[in-house]
Design a protein around this ligand. Structure first.
Ligand SMILES: Cc1cc2nc3c(=O)[nH]c(=O)nc-3n(C[C@H](O)[C@H](O)[C@H](O)COP(=O)(O)OP(=O)(O)OC[C@H]3O[C@@H](n4cnc5c(N)ncnc54)[C@H](O)[C@@H]3O)c2cc1C
Length: 514
């Protein structure tokens, strides 16, 4: 059995350095040489600030110290996402990283809540979620060790500066022996027999040979598309927003432990609080709003002065037809893009890298491994797509052409079935793969006013007074636990994750180009 001895990663954005970090860690001492090629002239996309809880496990597997990582990337904690104006104008809810209440015997908590809610006996489900109540009051602490306790039963993610994360990982990788080569790739040499890529050629004529290539070249897809012409499944009919304007602003007010996504007439706007600034952006469908209007809408809603000129980004939602083609695997934006509504892109990078490690080939690539990789990543993308689409279609808004478009849209079967099962009796069809678990679906469906018509009949096994006593206890204990939680700013300092003030000031000045 011949082993792969050299791997070349094309691209030094978040995807490239995450891939290099994970491979250099997992294959340490196994004779695998890793070279990463990136071009300063081209640069990185420069956005991508909000993440999902899984990134913690990625960092932990690399042995990264959480405090060091947070200080280096100006990170804040994230307990979920607040959605404003999605169901109806004036609505708001939080999609938390954690469960609601606790199951009673084998019955999900939300089923018992649905029963009590049908008699109007209980407040909103959110009152039984520690991460929601804590987020809404701007507080944060790490989950406690006992997962059966309120104040332990949740996850958290980070909001950070992704270019600083890439820089942080670069240092990690170079320590692990990854070679970084600066240069622009202009072409690739293919093996005439197999069609595999044998070498990539840089602008100055240098050639880099490897057994396996990971294309992390961003939207360009230099190897996977420009060279191999793999093809792209365009999902614009479902997720038609195709542009974004991003701008950082001075932070104002309390440092909130959550991201905000506010629906607009032709898209939506993000607000992501970091330690040194707030990230803002407007994602929109250019069919229904001009670039100037989209920019003006964003700029008029900033909470503090802008720290840089607004930056425009263009994209087409969808995914590469094959994530692994010949001896090239695409990870990151080269593999596809779904809008950043639920902060899933960095997570999909993590899924891609994890699957690559699990299916890491010998020099002779087994087509079955390749198929497995492609099927797994396709499923991951499709499930994220369905979840994102749910936000647009579970709406009562009809105040603009975009919202009317979504009200009349034909949904993918997979999403239709999921909504149908929920509406009938609050049941959630479960997936084997897919990042979003039932509490996430419950948050969005209830938050956007999709109330089930019935509930699981087993909820009637319990007496109403017994249930009300239990619900009152959970609500009381949730408030009690949140009262004891420090606000996020204080926790960051106590925990030792706050970036030095001098560094924050310098990085803010950097943004202003001073
Ligand atoms: C509007 C918007 C908002 C987003 N928000 C989030 C978010 O909140 N959370 C999240 O998880 N994700 C978000 N994302 C996605 C996130 O930005 C990306 O998934 C992430 O940054 C990874 O990008 P990348 O490394 O694939 O590509 P890039 O950052 O574009 O890096 C590409 C790399 O390839 C190199 N390269 C390209 N061509 C060549 C060449 N010919 N020769 C040599 N080098 C080359 C470049 O120099 C660069 O180093 C957002 C994306 C957009 C568009």
């Amino acid at each position: 059995m011949t082993k792969i001895s050299k791997i070349c990663i094309l691209g030094g954005g978040t995807a490239g350095w995450m891939t290099a970090a994970a491979l250099s860690n997992k294959f340490k001492g196994l004779g695998l040489s890793i070279e990463l090629v990136e071009s300063d002239q081209i640069g990185t996309i420069g956005v991508g600030e909000a993440t999902l809880p899984h990134i913690r496990f990625f960092n932990q597997a690399l042995g990264i110290d959480e405090r060091e990582f947070m200080k280096s990337t100006h990170a804040t904690f994230k307990l979920g996402i607040e959605f404003c104006d999605w169901g109806q104008l004036g609505d708001h809810y939080v999609h938390p990283f954690g469960d609601y209440g606790f199951p009673v015997e084998e019955l999900d908590f939300h089923q018992l809540w649905l029963r009590l809610k049908s008699g109007n006996k209980v407040p909103r489900l959110d009152e039984y979620s520690y991460p929601i109540v804590s987020a809404e009051s701007g507080r944060f602490q790490l989950p406690g060790p006992d997962t059966n306790q309120i104040g332990s039963n949740f996850g958290y993610a980070y909001q950070f500066d992704s270019s600083l994360y890439a820089k942080f990982l670069r240092t990690y990788c170079e320590r692990n022996g990854v070679i970084r080569t600066e240069g622009k790739v202009t072409s690739a040499v293919r093996d005439p027999g197999s069609g595999d890529i044998r070498a990539i050629t840089l602008e100055d004529g240098r050639e880099i040979e490897a057994d396996l290539y990971v294309d992390c070249s961003g939207f360009r897809g230099v190897l996977i598309e420009q060279t191999l012409e793999t093809g792209y499944d365009d999902w614009s009919q479902w997720l038609p927003c195709n542009r974004a304007i991003a701008v950082p602003s001075e932070a104002r007010g309390q440092l909130l432990p959550y991201t905000r996504a506010t629906a607009r007439t032709a898209g939506w706007q993000w607000r992501i609080p970091l330690q040194h600034r707030t990230g803002n952006g407007h994602v929109y469908w250019n069919e229904f709003i001009s670039d100037d209007e989209a920019t003006a809408q964003l700029m008029s809603t900033l909470e503090g002065p802008a720290l840089a000129e607004p930056k425009q980004l263009f994209f087409k939602t969808g995914r590469r037809r094959k994530f692994w083609n010949q001896n090239v695997i695409c990870v990151g934006l080269s593999g596809g893009f779904l809008e950043p509504l639920e902060s899933t892109s960095i997570h999909l990078i993590q899924e891609g890298v994890t699957a690559l490690i699990e299916l890491f080939p010998d020099a002779e690539i087994n087509p079955l491994d390749r198929d497995e990789y492609n099927a797994r990543m396709a499923l991951n993308f499709e499930r994220v797509r369905d979840f994102l689409l749910l936000h647009y279609v579970a709406t009562q808004r009809d105040d603009s052409e975009m919202w009317r478009y979504f009200r009349n849209m034909e949904l993918p079967d997979s999403l239709n079935e999921k909504i149908e099962a929920w509406i009938t009796r609050g049941y959630l069809l479960k997936y084997e793969f897919g990042v979003f678990l039932p509490p996430s679906w419950i948050a969005v469906m209830l938050g956007q006013n999709l109330m089930p018509k019935g509930y699981d009949p087993r909820a009637d096994r319990y007496s109403e007074s017994q249930l009300l006593t239990e619900f009152a206890r959970i609500q009381r204990e949730t408030v009690g636990a949140v009262d004891k939680t420090p606000d996020q700013e204080r926790f960051l300092a106590q925990y030792g994750a706050k970036t030095d003030t001098a560094r924050l000031v310098a990085d803010r000045a950097d943004l202003r180009g001073q």
